[in-house]
Design a binder for this molecule. Structure first.
Ligand SMILES: NC(=O)c1ccc[n+]([C@@H]2O[C@H](COP(=O)([O-])OP(=O)(O)OC[C@H]3O[C@@H](n4cnc5c(N)ncnc54)[C@H](O)[C@@H]3O)[C@@H](O)[C@H]2O)c1
Ligand SMILES: O=C(O)C(=O)C[C@@H](O)[C@H](O)[C@H](O)COP(=O)(O)O
Ligand SMILES: [Zn+2]
Length: 360
């Protein structure tokens, strides 16, 4: 199947997309300058399904892996859980050539990436993403983080993986709600960068929900390519990379206000993209049919558009702590048409409040 290269100024790595790819992880790792010890970080849902297969494959390739299983869910993106990973790494005697491997969704990826970046000031990091969301987005680009009670992803660093191994077959066991959550980030790529891709998603919405292997593989590869291009141009999110945050300004506020349990990340991003489209309309930046097109596709994919019962004022308080705030001003990612967005500062508070009122 596919290979996507991520070419950064200081670092280059390959994303391998192959059905059954989990069984090739060891041989792919053998092409890297790694020590024999490796720590696989996974969660309590993914571990029983795939950790044994991955560990056996690594043993066959000459590695000595150990598996650490954390609780499933956003609560594991915490300093407490990071500390459990550090303790295991120290107990195992991982050195600067030993890999930390994330086997799981975005939660495990962000957590394991953060520990790989900071343990011994950085050890090799490998992503084996098992949710659609992680395969199309979080395993690529090197954003790692844990949450703080005052906001999402507030503690973290940029730390690129050395290798990404994507096996679309593992999506067969993914719960339907998680599949849909991943589709929210997929739609994001169409809106920010590729009108034709958006049209392809609309034409194949039912096939995606039915997990057509061919369509899913194509979607995963396209998203990885689009993300790799953006990250190669602006690894540290000084400008262009902010577009990957479409829907996240309000999405992260919704996630945090719901205690990271009511809406998953992908669902909150769908609500946030809808809100961003409303703001774009209020500023007359996009046509009504662009906003309607986005709403329709998100709806067809079974994603939420609103967070009823949430308080606009509370969401506003979370917005003030967004990472894109500079000198008290949020940078908004707003749609000018499907396939094109702009980074806008100084959006009037009334337009934001009006959008928040519409989605709550
Ligand atoms: N670093 C980035 O660039 C980036 C990008 C997007 C999202 N994120 C982060 O990713 C997180 C969300 O990731 P997610 O949506 O993957 O959630 P997740 O990691 O919580 O996984 C969702 C659920 O699916 C289960 N699961 C995973 N793979 C499975 C499989 N193959 N079969 C059965 N069950 C499986 C998990 O155990 C979990 O219960 C958020 O914390 C978000 O902030 C990071
Ligand atoms: O890779 C990026 O850049 C992104 O913004 C991808 C997002 O989908 C992802 O949710 C990311 O973790 C958000 O980052 P943050 O900087 O807003 O915390
Ligand atoms: Zn996201």
């Amino acid at each position: 199947m596919g290979e996507v290269s991520v070419d950064l100024a200081q670092h280059r790595y390959t994303i391998h997309i192959n059905a059954g790819g989990i069984n090739r992880a060891g041989s792919l790792m053998n092409a890297l300058p790694l020590g024999k010890k490796a720590l696989i970080v996974t969660d309590e849902n993914v571990g029983p399904l795939y950790a044994g297969t991955l560990a056996d494959n690594l043993v066959a390739a000459g590695y000595q892996p150990e598996v650490l299983t954390v609780a499933a869910g956003e609560a594991s993106k915490s300093m407490d859980t990071a500390n459990i990973v550090f303790t295991q790494a120290i107990r195992m005697g991982l050195d600067r050539k030993s890999a930390i491997i994330a086997l799981g969704g975005g939660v495990v990826g962000d957590l394991a990436g953060f520990t790989a970046a900071t343990y011994l000031r950085g050890v090799p990091f490998i992503q084996v993403p098992t949710t659609l969301l992680a395969q199309v987005d979080s395993s690529v680009g090197g954003k790692t983080a844990v949450n703080h009670s005052l906001g999402k992803n507030l503690i973290g660093c940029f730390y690129q993986p050395s290798l990404v191994v994507i096996d679309p077959e593992v999506l067969n066991t993914l719960p339907e709600r998680e599949l849909k959550a991943g589709l929210a980030e997929v739609v994001k790529y169409g809106v920010i960068a590729d009108r034709n891709f958006f049209a392809y998603l609309a034409a194949n919405a039912e096939a995606l929900l039915k997990r057509s292997p061919a369509i899913l593989a194509n979607v995963i590869e396209t998203c990885c390519q689009l993300k790799a291009q953006v990250v190669a141009e602006d690894e540290r999110e000084t400008s262009l990379r902010m577009i990957l945050n479409l829907g996240h300004t309000i999405g992260h506020a919704v996630e945090a206000a719901g205690g990271y349990s009511e809406y998953s990340h992908g669902e909150a991003v769908a609500i946030g993209m809808h809100a961003a489209a409303i703001v774009s309309r209020k500023l007359d930046m996009c046509a009504p049919e662009d906003m309607e097109g986005l709403k329709t596709l998100l709806g067809r994919l079974g994603l939420p558009l609103k967070a009823p019962g949430y308080q606009p004022e509370e969401l506003m308080r979370y917005l003030a702590r967004d990472k894109k705030v500079v000198s008290g001003e949020v940078s908004w990612i707003l749609m000018t048409s499907i396939g094109q967005v702009k980074i806008i500062r100084g959006v009037p508070g009334e337009a934001v409040m009006a959008a928040l009122a519409e989605i709550t």
